[in-house]
Ligand binder design. Structure first.
Ligand code: TRP
Length: 456
């Protein structure tokens, strides 16, 4: 009896799990958005695309396209009260819009399979700073250390296994006791840690150069078409858009909450995190004479080399890789939840069984990605190793999913229903929102899509 009461308290009126508090939902959505994308991906993409000018375009893309699509996902999920697939089936039965849901579940498998590999690397670096191994330069240097580590057959798999185990462990505890609780602990910790790192970085010799790179635009870069597309792609990835992660999170929200305010808060927080990550990374990069455009390795070999030269660098490294691993975890949870929510409904399994089976399958799908940096590096398909093919697939699936979501709300959903579901009602801003979803967002996403395919 006790157990029954207990379970009932966790469920909403319609029998679905729900967030305990509005702030819990906000923190969970921020946890999904803030991840490897804000720190690792943002810094190297901004570094490769000229810094400040990229940042401006990126912010414009977030406001003009990212926020409207985030509103679309939350509105769909909260109105339909179902997972990524079920939401479209509830709102628009028998219509092809549900393709976005299936695409989303497939994307969850694909993205989490390689996200778990990279997050596993961050765990390895975190423990390297914990034990002191990385406090001084390994023999052969930081580049060899990284390449040797990711190329070894077994060790990265062990870290990936541990990371996926933690992700599964949180998701199987459920919405309130697992996902919400983890984020309520992790997100404030991350914010404090990032601010401390930012302040520390500003005291370094390269601060003015680093800040100029990030905040003082070189306008000539605006004539490069690729910068707009890189900015939109980054906005999608960083805001967790295009695969129903935010439909799924929105479905655990009660009808009482107001969506526009929550969306503005989540999107601003994600952007602020990326900017502060830039404030942490670029002054350090310039202070130690490294190059901002050294690519995806920026975090794994440039930064450890920089930490090595800093006073208290070991502690800074420890804090930095903890931050990265924890941010990766709160994002990985949301990726797994998309697939778990779908299969719980589809097969009627318990949450625990579903999380273990689906999480296990995603781990297995990640194994060839991990091995593709070592034993499988000769196994090339379409000119790419396995892990790069997975990333490439996600570059196609996310914009495609976002395109369908925008078109569904803009054209497929009854106008009055969409406006009511979003809490915009009959306001001007509601009309602007629908106009963007009808015309501007689809065209912009279409361009990103061509870019990802290499057509442009
Ligand atoms: N936004 C996360 C990051 O920045 C990654 C992520 C989590 C994601 N869930 C997602 C990306 C859903 C796209 C879709 O690291």
């Amino acid at each position: 009896m006790n157990q029954l009461n207990h379970n009932q308290r966790d469920l909403g009126q319609n029998g679905r799990e729900q967030w305990a508090t509005k702030i819990g939902f906000m923190l969970a959505a921020m946890g999904s958005a803030v991840g490897l994308g804000n720190i690792w991906r943002f810094s190297y993409v901004a570094g490769e695309n000229g810094g400040a000018a990229f940042l401006l375009i990126y912010i414009a893309m977030i406001i003009m396209i990212g926020v409207p699509i985030m509103m679309a996902e939350f509105s769909i999920g909260r109105k339909a009260q179902s997972d990524a697939v079920g939401s479209f089936q509830n709102l628009s039965p028998g219509k092809p819009w549900v393709a976005a849901g299936f695409l989303g579940v497939a994307s969850a498998f694909i993205i989490l399979s390689f996200y778990g590999v990279v997050a596993g690397w961050t765990l390895k670096y975190f423990t390297g700073y914990l034990t002191g191994t990385l406090w001084s330069e390994p023999s052969g240097g930081y580049v060899d250390y990284f390449v040797g580590f990711i190329g070894s057959p077994l060790e990265p798999l062990i870290w990936q296994f541990i990371f996926m185990g933690a992700t599964i462990g949180i998701v199987l505890l459920g919405i309130k006791k697992g996902i919400e609780k983890a984020n309520v602990i992790l997100m404030p910790t991350l914010a404090i840690l990032l601010i401390i790192l930012g302040i520390y970085s500003l005291t370094l010799g390269g601060a003015s150069e680093g800040l100029a790179f990030l905040f003082s635009p070189d306008w000539s870069i605006l004539s490069e078409p690729s910068i707009y597309l890189a900015a939109l792609g980054q906005a999608f990835f960083s805001l967790s858009l295009g695969m129903g992660a935010l439909i799924t999170y929105g479905s655990y929200l009660s009808k009482k909450e107001r969506l526009p305010g929550a969306t503005a808060g989540i999107a601003s927080m994600d952007t602020i995190f990326a900017i502060i990550a830039g404030v942490v990374i670029f002054p350090a990069v310039f202070a130690f004479g490294a190059e901002p455009d050294s690519g995806a390795g920026l975090v794994f070999f440039t930064l450890p080399a920089i930490f090595d030269e800093m006073a208290l660098g070991g502690i800074v490294g420890l804090a930095f890789f903890f931050l990265l691993a924890a941010a990766g975890l709160s994002s990985a949870i949301s990726l797994l939840e998309v697939a778990v929510a779908y299969f719980i409904r589809k097969f009627g399994w318990t949450r625990k069984k579903t999380a273990l089976i689906i999480g296990g399958l995603i781990f297995l799908l990640g194994v060839p990605s991990s091995l593709s940096n070592g034993p499988f590096s000769e196994f090339i398909l379409f000119d790419r190793v396995f892990m790069d093919n997975m990333e490439f697939l996600s570059d196609i699936f996310l914009p495609l999913g976002g395109l369908i979501i925008a078109l569904f709300v803009g054209w497929g959903w009854k106008k009055t229903e969409a406006l009511q579901a979003s809490d915009f009602g009959n306001s001007t801003i509601g009309a602007v929102w629908l106009f963007i979803l009808k015309f501007i967002a689809p065209v912009a996403i279409f361009l990103v899509f061509l870019f990802a395919l290499g057509v442009l």
